[in-house]
Ligand binder design. Structure first.
Ligand code: UDX
Length: 440
């Protein structure tokens, strides 16, 4: 094709990670976002979220190959634009308002242009959405030759740049053959520049959209499966779910990765996408008991933690409970759908005094929880004279805690398996660990 001039609309986690990755590969990139505060931070070289390596790449590209703006008009010269705005799942289904307004802005900027341009949807949307957005865009932009494609994103928080640079696959679903061809051409060009050769899969737009849901719901299913086996192991003498799941996972048809029990899946994708696919199935009267069970299992995993605290402490009211970890997983400051946030709220509702520690995510947690909990930047102060400690995030900081400082008889509920229960018990600490049998 042409010389690429890239646009990215939506400079959140997915959009900004792409914008800096493409800019550092030598493309001219224009990033557009309507949030001026966010734009200001990005212009000063400060990403609005924590992600390994992103600060440096942003500083090297901003004002050079990467320009950011709040005006859609600035996308006039871009010939390939990625849309990476949120499409949240609400009670009524998927909320497409941010996508529609981004596309309307772009349609105005491109209105009536005759040369070939392409829009690639990175946002996770239900099957059929890309094609219907395309029809609307074509009408509004009045462009005779505009291409459109679904180009879903599989990157993990905490590994965003690495996952863009070296993905397991690139999925491209054009609304027509030319759109798929142009977008595959672009990604081939990028991967040539960075020197890797990932599989590029060209499918229908609806298939590309569905691949994203199939992937995330499968991952959610693995977590719920691991948590189910963990629960059964807890009631089975001498069983540790870590050994059991590893033994099962060695079968290459199963795999050992992504099979770790924990407090349940959280984050910005798995809970939202599981809910959205159930909604989609309901709309089409398709029974999906499996997916409902995945969600239900995630919900009861949290109830289980509360039941353990109730049982071991003889009631939660008035107890001092320390939650270690607010982020939905280690390596990020993201607290969206974090099980910790739900746990904190429920413990407060039951009358506990809750302390929260996290090495990165306390500011974000405070935005959700306000002043109902105490925030501790120091682990020792968070633990001092607590009745119980619940480990909710697998931060490496929690592996080297000097547990002997805890008062004897303190309860440690390890839902990430970062402690060594045997040595803790020797110190007189009571331990309940996810997946570990108490029956000797
Ligand atoms: C996920 C998908 O992995 C990614 O491909 C997609 O693009 C976006 O959603 P992310 O939200 O960053 O990425 O988190 P992920 O690492 O997948 O973890 C999701 C949740 O599952 C976390 O709460 C994590 O703690 C939990 N989890 C994961 C487990 O409890 N056990 C596991 O073995 C793996």
């Amino acid at each position: 094709m042409m010389e690429y001039s890239v646009g990215v609309i939506g400079l959140g986690f997915v959009g900004l990670s792409h914008a800096v990755s493409l800019a550092s590969a030598g493309y001219r990139v224009i990033g557009v976002d309507i949030d001026r505060e966010k734009l200001g931070a990005i212009e000063r070289g400060m990403p609005p979220f924590k992600e390994p390596g992103i600060d440096e790449v942003l500083r090297n590209t901003i004002g050079r190959s990467l320009i950011v703006s709040s005006r859609y008009e600035d996308l006039k010269e871009a010939n390939i634009v990625f849309i990476a705005v949120n499409a949240p799942t609400t009670d009524k289904g998927q909320d497409l308002s941010q996508l529609e307004s981004a596309l309307d802005g772009l349609a105005r900027a491109w209105r009536g242009l005759n040369d070939y341009r392409l829009v690639a949807i990175k946002s996770t949307v239900l099957p059929g959405t890309t094609r219907s957005l395309y029809k609307r865009f074509k009408m509004l932009s009045n462009m005779p030759r505009v291409g459109f494609a679904s180009n879903p994103e599989f990157l993990r928080e905490g590994r965003a740049l690495e996952d863009i640079r070296n993905p397991s696959r690139v999925v491209i679903g054009g609304v027509d053959a030319e759109s798929s061809e142009v977008l595959s051409g672009f990604w081939r060009d990028y991967y040539k520049r960075v020197g890797v050769d990932p599989p590029i899969l060209v499918v229908e737009a609806e298939e590309a959209e569905m691949i994203k849901y199939a992937s995330n719901v499968f991952l959610a299913m693995r977590v719920s499966f691991a948590n189910t086996i963990a629960r059964i192991c807890e009631e089975t003498p001498r069983c540790d779910a870590l050994n059991v799941l590893y033994g099962a996972g060695l079968d290459p048809r199963i795999g050992v990765d992504y099979l770790k029990p924990g407090p349940g899946y959280g984050g910005s994708c798995l809970p939202k996408d599981t809910r959205a696919l159930i909604h989609y199935a309901d709309m089409h009267s398709i029974p999906v008991p499996l997916i409902r069970a995945v969600e239900e299992t995630n919900r009861i995993q949290l109830e289980r933690i509360i039941a353990i605290l109730e049982e071991e402490l003889g009631g939660i009211e008035g107890r001092v409970i320390t939650i270690l970890g607010a982020a939905f997983k280690a390596g990020t400051d993201d607290v969206r759908e974090s099980r910790s946030i739900y746990l904190a709220r429920e413990l407060i509702r039951r009358g506990a005094r809750v302390r929260l520690h996290d090495p990165l995510a306390l500011d974000n947690a405070r935005r959700l929880l306000g002043d109902i909990v105490e925030y501790h930047r120091d682990i020792d102060s968070a633990l001092r004279s607590s009745d119980a400690v619940v480990i909710m995030t697998e931060w490496h900081h929690y592996k080297n805690i000097d547990w002997s400082k805890l008062k004897p008889g303190t309860l440690v509920v390890d839902y990430r398996r970062v402690t060594d229960p045997v040595s803790l018990e020797k110190m007189g600490i009571r331990v309940r660990a996810v997946g570990l049998s108490r029956k000797k």
